[in-house]
Design a protein around this ligand. Structure first.
Ligand code: ATP
Ligand code: MG
Length: 568
């Protein structure tokens, strides 16, 4: 029987200053985690119990779709990463190490290379496919900004799965199974989440969803449609070109606009709406300068710009680079007359009439700019960020925005890795064919933190029953009272025997202290054993989530508690 007096869960009265969001604050305060270094934590016993429960749910759902568990090494040789070119691409986020023979290794940030080289050695025939493998293991990413406790760690627990199929149809079937399994996992963990379409980056093509837990502290922005089930990461959301009412094109003119460097300033100065201006953003990538044009009230979607340019790197250009390439100052950049600079325009810009834009001369703007007449961009595509109330790309209804925590992602890899690593099989006709792959991740430790972000109040955590560290704590009001203690032990034993996980708060503390700690840790139920229990043979059960108090008789209480837990 677990007794709180023996439990290694050192609770804190004060909120540690370094913790900014509820999950980080509460896990520290409830004695669940302790920091070893930035983004690197020990999981104390309560946290480990929660993690094991999330893992058990993940395992059940993975096994349900015939995924098989394996365990690959964390330490990975550089060679396999060199084969795909990712040894260089992964950059500073990869933890690298060297052995005594000066051979290079990394701590696995992900396992595509590892699993593909494993499978290519053993799978030869179409008869061995489809095959889905998964593992639950620590991952290592030297994040630029590890923060928010377990939310963005440098060492964290991930479930990663990989599917191998004969063809695209097989991949789609596996992808859909995984999507359903993920939906089940997060539903069973008691989370309010949305699967959203996600950017599939340089791999291109359709086929990635992120599972987003809706929470204020989420680092991702998502859009969703209240009318249909469309949802997307803002980076991915498709947009329709806005076509304004046609106007007569006025002759291009240049005017003085002293110090009018921002869209707000120029719109106020000319007394026009920001929609009538063109915003020119100067970026730098490995091939030089890029000017991105969006309407004044829009923002550039940098992910879409990166995808359109097919570049690796993209940063805002600095003043010197701008001055050197364009004899202009930041704030007065414009596309007209620009030469030898890549210009990418959002498609909405090309539909504008009589707009205002920088003239590439200090303190000057063009007015009556008609893009279709006055300049020719190198590329015209959708590069603006979606905004609240933009029409839903599926049904046209105004979309809403929310913040999300990415707890999982599913991804069609197609043959990206199997081609790079020559993971082929012989099809029915004996033809060598690359396997068609998918990869699928769940942030197990992040899911624990995300659950707290959604389930807490001013007193502490409120665990959803399926992932709670214990279902109930048993609190004898007076631990020095032997009769109370004995009864408490009996109840605790009886419950544990019937798989209700109960922990006994046997500490010699005031009842108030025990209640406070129980609320902080977030057990779904508190069972209170006091003098009345002995006199009247009833005890009190308090529901953490609702504050509701239920009285149960000392007979038959086990099934009542089981039912109560099911109803929460
Ligand atoms: P992010 O965009 O948040 O950095 P990612 O897209 O790089 O995450 P994936 O490669 O898709 O992450 O990893 C699968 C899952 O692992 C993510 O959905 C997330 O839940 C989790 N995860 C990724 N990075 C971290 C981290 N630094 N700390 C905790 N969990 C993480
Ligand atoms: Mg991801």
């Amino acid at each position: 029987m677990m007794r709180v007096s023996r439990l290694y869960a050192p609770t804190l009265r004060e909120t540690p200053a370094e913790a900014e969001i509820p999950s980080h604050q509460l896990m520290l305060r409830a004695g669940m985690i302790r920091k070893a270094a930035g983004g690197i934590y020990s999981y104390l016993p309560l946290a480990l119990r929660i993690l094991k429960k999330i893992e058990a749910i993940v395992r059940e759902e993975m096994n349900e779709i015939d995924a098989q568990e394996l365990l690959m090494p964390i330490i990975q040789p550089a060679e396999i990463w060199q084969e795909t070119g990712r040894w260089d691409v992964y950059g500073d986020e990869m933890f690298r190490l060297c052995d005594r023979h000066k051979r290079n290794f990394c701590l696995g940030p992900t396992h595509e290379e590892m699993i593909t080289t494993l499978v290519r050695g053993d799978v030869r025939s179409y008869r061995q496919l489809p095959l889905t493998l998964y593992q639950i293991q620590n991952k290592y990413r030297d994040e630029i900004r590890p923060r928010f406790g377990l939310m963005r760690g440098r060492e964290f627990i991930m479930k990663d799965a990989y599917s191998f199929d004969r063809d695209e149809a097989g991949l789609t079937a596996n992808y859909n199974k995984m999507y359903t399994a993920y939906t089940n996992v997060f539903t069973r963990c008691g989370l309010n989440f949305r699967p959203v379409e996600a950017d599939s980056g340089a791999i291109g093509g359709s086929g990635s969803h992120e599972f987003m837990v809706i929470a204020e502290s989420g680092e991702a922005s998502i859009v969703y449609c209240p009318a249909c089930d469309y949802g997307a990461n803002v980076e991915k959301a498709e947009l329709h070109t806005i076509v304004p009412q046609q106007e007569e094109m006025l002759p291009l003119d240049i005017i003085d606009t002293p110090k009018m460097k921002t869209i707000e300033a120029i719109s106020a100065y000319l007394n026009i709406a920001p929609q009538k201006t063109i915003k020119a953003m100067a970026y730098q990538n490995e091939n030089g300068l890029v000017i991105a044009l969006v309407r004044g009230d829009h923002e550039v979607n940098e992910i879409k710009l990166i995808n359109a340019l097919g570049c690796i790197d993209l940063t805002l250009a600095n003043e010197e680079a701008i001055a050197e390439a364009m004899q202009s100052a930041a704030g007065f950049i414009g596309p007209i007359g620009l030469q030898e600079v890549m210009i990418v325009a959002d498609s909405t810009v090309m539909e504008m009439y009589n707009a205002v834009c920088g003239a590439n001369l200090p303190d000057k703007h063009y007015i009556h700019v008609n893009p279709s007449r006055d300049f020719k961009p190198n590329k015209v595509i959708d590069i603006r960020l979606i905004q609240e109330n933009d029409p839903c790309p599926h049904c046209g209804h105004p979309v809403k925005m929310a913040r999300g925590i990415e707890v999982g992602q599913v991804f069609k890899l197609h043959t990206k890795y199997s081609q790079a690593l020559q993971a082929t099989y012989l099809d029915e006709k004996g033809k060598e064919t690359p396997m068609v792959m998918g990869c699928y991740g769940i942030g197990v430790s992040r899911t624990m933190a995300a659950a707290i972000e959604q389930h807490n109040d001013e007193h502490g955590i409120i665990w959803p029953v399926p992932i709670a560290p214990y279902h109930t704590v048993i609190i004898p009001i007076n631990s020095k009272d032997e009769a109370q203690m004995q009864l408490a032990e009996t109840v605790c034993k009886a419950l544990n025997q019937e798989n209700v996980e109960a922990i006994l708060d046997d500490r010699n503390e005031r009842a108030g202290v025990k209640f406070k700690d129980a609320d902080l840790i977030g057990y779904p139920l508190k069972i209170v054993i006091g003098p009345k229990t002995l006199q009247e043979q009833v005890f009190e059960v308090k529901v953490r989530r609702t504050g509701e108090v239920i009285f149960l008789s000392l007979e038959n209480y086990v099934s009542e508690i089981q039912n109560l837990l099911k109803s929460l």
